[in-house]
Design a binder for this molecule. Structure first.
Ligand SMILES: [Zn+2]
Length: 456
């Protein structure tokens, strides 16, 4: 089974070094600032007593500070190469920026995350986020508000962040959100959503080790671009679209805003797949050979086996949740749960149900905190405690939210709410259960036990 990415691994090289010289400026609402190298124009909100940073650093192009509606406001404009940080789309960039922010301010709590449609960049959408945090200020730890919007400008991702201390009131928050959603306009080249042949070949050349000989065949379907040196490309392409349809049926989602086709690498042999995985993830070929396929970053890679191998739909689910629905949070229980629920049938989850009934499965408040179900230390009391067994328990938990009479009507809201949470945040999951079902996580655990007891 593959390692899955829930969050982008951020590079330690990334620093938002924004300490610099500031000059005083008056910013009236409606002042436009152009960043020609990114083809972007920002129309600023009104800021009192504003200062502007004048000497940009590598990532941080400009900073404005001042006050608005009783809060101290800081706006930063960051830009960074997509490829340097393995970012593919605006939502990846948002996850990356927030991940970095969480390292600085571990108390960051997400209030809202959404994808907004508009002329934000080389794809016509952006990631928007609203959170609260505790910032380390010269005066000590201060409660603050945080909003950010991330877009793509061909080779670069950009982020506009707004910090407010104390957290902006409702009126000021609305002004800031309006600035981020309406005040950022891109006027440059847009991506070819189907990829050009040259882009496809460049991608193959960049990521596939030279030992894998020959140019790939490029196959495009409605949702995927498939790079393959296997003669089974046509059948496999059909299979991937079938997987997509099945996943969309189980987790009903509308077609997402226009996006680039999702890349899939299909290798002729498992040896070639292992070489690819070893190169791109920097793991040994032996470690790579333990998996049959993996979804990571924007792609799914595998070698040709039986088209009905469950690995394809399991990984396709990860890829869709991560790159199409932007629901990459919640934690291992949620990500593996949704992937394994699609892969398994009701009876495949019977053993997991027995584990819950015998109290041999961790109670929910603990289960949701496990960082990796695959690699978690095994519990000596449990027999046959393997990653596979834990995956089934995660699938059973998704079954519970999908099928329990009191919960099933809100299944889409459950997916949307949990998938946007930071991973393994039991308090946030508890709060989400209370909002959605008026039930705490401890009460949900009791309901889950009851569900398993009455389950056939
Ligand atoms: Zn998985």
């Amino acid at each position: 089974m593959p390692p899955d990415r829930f969050f982008i691994n951020s590079s330690s090289a990334y620093r938002m070094a924004c300490a610099a010289i500031f000059i005083a400026t008056a910013i009236r609402g409606g002042d436009a600032v152009e960043f020609k190298e990114y083809n972007l124009t920002l129309t600023l909100p009104p800021i009192e007593n504003a200062t502007t940073q004048i000497n940009p650093t590598e990532d941080c192009r400009q900073v404005w500070e001042g006050s608005m509606g009783g809060s101290r406001i800081k706006i930063t404009f960051l830009a960074f190469p997509m490829s340097k940080f393995h970012l593919i789309n605006p939502d990846d960039a948002l996850t990356f920026v927030v991940d970095n922010q969480v390292k600085l301010d571990p108390a960051l709590k997400l209030l809202k995350r959404e994808t907004v449609i508009g002329p934000y960049g080389s794809v016509a959408h952006a990631g928007f986020l609203h959170a609260t945090m505790k910032r380390n200020a010269p005066s000590g730890i201060v409660d603050s508000g945080y909003m950010a919007l991330c877009g793509a400008a061909i080779n670069d991702a950009y982020a506009v962040e707004v910090f407010s201390t104390p957290p902006a009131d409702a009126g000021t928050s609305a002004t800031i959100a309006n600035f981020l959603k309406k005040g950022i306009v891109y006027n440059g080249k847009v991506y070819d959503l189907k990829w050009t042949d040259q882009e496809a070949l460049d991608r193959w050349k960049r990521d596939v080790p030279p030992e894998v000989k020959g140019a790939p065949e490029i196959r495009r379907t409605k949702h995927y671009i498939i790079f393959t040196n296997s003669s089974s490309g046509e059948l496999f392409a059909k299979k991937m679209e079938e997987c997509y349809d099945t996943i969309q049926k189980i987790y009903p989602f509308p077609e997402t805003p226009p996006r680039r086709l999702m890349p899939v690498f299909l290798f002729r042999t498992s040896d070639q797949y292992n070489l690819y995985y070893s190169k791109i993830a920097g793991v040994s070929v032996e470690a790579a050979s333990k998996s049959k396929g993996h979804a990571w970053r924007d792609y799914y890679a595998t070698s040709y086996d039986a088209p009905n191998d469950p690995v394809h739909i399991h990984e396709a689910t990860h890829q869709i949740f991560m790159n199409r629905l932007w629901l990459s949070g919640g934690g291992s229980w949620f990500q593996e749960g949704v992937a394994e629920f699609v892969t398994t049938k009701h009876n495949d989850r019977n053993d997991a149900s027995r584990m819950v009934k015998k109290h041999q499965s961790p109670p929910l408040p603990e289960f949701v905190k496990i960082q990796s179900l695959l690699y978690s230390p095994s519990d000596a009391k449990r027999e046959g405690d393997t990653g596979a067994a834990r995956y089934k328990e995660a699938a059973l938990l998704i079954e519970f939210f999908h099928e329990a009479p009191a919960l099933k009507a809100k299944f889409p809201q459950f997916l949307a709410a949990i998938g946007k949470l930071l991973p393994n945040d039991a308090d946030a999951i508890d709060a989400a259960f209370k909002t959605l079902y008026n039930t705490s996580i401890a009460e949900m655990d009791a309901a889950y036990l009851k569900y398993c007891e009455s389950r056939n």
